[in-house]
Design a protein. Sequence first.
Length: 282
Amino acid sequence: MHHIFPSPAKINLFLHVTGRRDDGYHLLQTAFTFIDLIDEVKINVREDGQLLSSQPLDGIPFENDLCYKAALLLKTYTGSTLGADIAVNKNIPMGGGLGGGSSNAATVLIALNLLWNTNLDNETLQRLGLQLGADVPIFIFGHSAFAEGIGEKLQKIEVPEKYYLLAMPQVNVPTVEIFKDPLLTRDTPTIIMPDFRECTQQSLKNDLQPIACKQFKEVAEAVELLSQFGKAIMTGSGACVFVEFDDQQTAESAKKILPKHLPSKVVRGYNSHPLHSMAKTA
Ligand SMILES: C[C@@](CO)(OP(=O)(O)O)[C@H](O)COP(=O)(O)OP(=O)(O)OC[C@H]1O[C@@H](n2ccc(N)nc2=O)[C@H](O)[C@@H]1O
Ligand SMILES: Nc1ncnc2c1ncn2[C@@H]1O[C@H](COP(=O)(O)OP(=O)(O)O)[C@@H](O)[C@H]1O
């Protein structure tokens, strides 16, 4: 029997680079919230222990798929003898700073932990998830959060659930190229940030954005086009850029003004991960 689990995208409402660790990874302060752009992860438990996909993603061999890596990690860690068929219906563009791959990995960890009865607690799953990527823990944490470290130290926050016009420039921004750019600002002063609503406009910036705009003209164009509606902020290391709206209609009207070559979508922010909301209502 197939089980279907939601796997939402995230946006970084701001992203500050505050330093660098000894291993070269950058220290960040960021705020994550979820949006209703959602992949569907379909899972079927296998008794024979194999991990397979009936529907590999375009250009990604299953061994490199974060879903497979998450399943293998959980299987190795717990010693479960069970396996799974895993397939994803993709709606989240890849490599856009929306965390789709990380979200898929988190959903697989949560879902298989239930289906295989391996009973790991949420914190252990977050720790395992971090081995797959810095963005995985937030999706297991399951609530809007202020994040520090490389994104793994999470504090719950309530963010006003706004609408966003999300522009998706058709370019793949390699995260590593942005972080290694000599012009990157790496010394944004740290902030204390428990209440998102008190965040000043000045804090609402992404330090990776000027670098992505410099390296990719498509990102710079998206920022310029969205800036006519408000403060345009890039998510993660790009390429997607968003601007906030209080209501859906105004966001839809703004979308109509954008040129056809820039794909865009009106989305809504959510504090709660849809898997957690499902668990509460079940
Ligand atoms: C920038 C963020 C913000 O949410 O999001 P995305 O753009 O991926 O969605 C994340 O921190 C992305 O973390 P993660 O997904 O682990 O990045 P990876 O692709 O593994 O990182 C590629 C490379 O970027 C550099 N890197 C990444 C994260 C970080 N905090 N410092 C770094 O210096 C490292 O050189 C790393 O090897
Ligand atoms: N299940 C998956 N979904 C999306 N991307 C995946 C997946 N498995 C591996 N990847 C790889 O991870 C990269 C980063 O994906 P993703 O998390 O969607 O974007 P980003 O890190 O920009 O937010 C993709 O470019 C892709 O090569």
